[in-house]
Write a protein that binds this ligand. Structure first.
Ligand code: CO
Length: 299
């Protein structure tokens, strides 16, 4: 095609058309322009259907917002059963995939995802896979980094033990034991529970760590308890929230709760319904992990 720009050969409408085409070309050329950087935080918990357990999430939310006052903070929940139940009660909760999709569409370029799980088990692994698959999509989030759960490193184990020790009941006397109820899992990371037993023993020989769904079981703990002098037993959750497991499986009145089984065996049981996320020194550990993840976004 040949263009002749001599005034004679070009009409006014054609000139306007040429100008319009030129402007369109400029607009297309502008497509590669740098995106505006937008950083956010996504907090991810397993979730709980119990209204009483929400206090844990509120504590975490408050703390994170005060540490990162200028950053948008979002939440997601990894348990599909809990999301379904909550939706049935009129509360819509996001899965990690949905929360990240929304953040992607809203133009977030950098997202620090913090796992609020206790161990690096199935929930955490799934979260890592989901989050990583959102990184670097066309026109999507450029960088995602993931903060490790509460118990991950040797330093975490020691920090968690001293944090929990700080909230052991003050009315506890010599010979009184503490039994912590962890969740437990078939995942290899269940090993964190017997491992934490070791770390507790370094600072307090009368602490036992058991699990609802993994090992050690309550039976395992009772064998150990038997060999000791019978004092009172304080039951505490080793879970972020004092939810269904803590209120029913641990402290419930049903005959198969830990409280009932231990009482039946002659122990004087005192349940303490406080999730680990209600303990400020425990929150410090999660917040430290988030700070690490957040700073990795900038590298
Ligand atoms: Co469970």
């Amino acid at each position: 095609m040949q263009y002749r720009f001599g005034a004679k050969f070009i009409s006014i409408p054609a000139l306007i058309l040429l100008i319009l085409l030129f402007q369109t070309a400029v607009a297309f050329a502008g497509h590669g322009e740098a995106k505006k950087e937008k950083t956010g935080i996504l907090l991810v918990a397993f979730g709980s259907t119990m209204p009483e357990a929400q206090v844990s999430f509120e504590k975490i939310d408050e703390r994170v917002r005060s540490e990162f006052p200028d950053v948008d903070v979002r939440w997601a929940y990894t348990s599909s059963i809990i999301r379904e139940k909550m939706a049935g009660q009129g509360t819509d909760l996001d899965s990690p995939a949905l929360a990240l999709s929304k953040m992607m569409d809203e133009g977030f370029t950098h997202v620090a995802v913090q796992s609020l799980h206790t161990i690096p088990g199935e929930e955490y692994e799934g979260l890592v896979d989901t989050a990583e698959s959102f990184e670097g999509m066309p026109k999507g989030i450029d960088k995602i980094s993931i903060g490790t759960p509460l118990l991950y490193s040797d330093a975490d184990m020691r920090a968690a033990v001293s944090a929990l020790k700080s909230v052991f009941p003050s009315e506890r006397k010599d010979g009184d034991s503490i039994i912590l109820m962890g969740h437990g899992t078939h995942h290899a990371a269940n090993i964190y529970y017997p491992a934490s037993q070791y770390y507790f023993e370094l600072v307090d020989p009368n602490v036992y760590v058991g699990t609802v769904e993994g090992s050690p079981s309550l039976d395992d703990i009772m064998k150990e308890l038997k060999s000791r002098k019978k004092g009172r037993v304080f039951l505490m959750p080793f879970m972020s929230v004092a939810g269904d497991h803590a209120r029913n499986d641990m402290a419930g009145n049903e005959s198969d709760s830990w409280k009932s089984i231990l009482s039946e065996a002659g122990y004087d049981c005192i349940p303490v319904l406080k999730g680990t996320a209600e303990v400020p020194a425990v929150l410090d550990i999660w917040v430290d992990h988030l700070k690490t993840a957040y700073s990795e976004l900038k590298h």
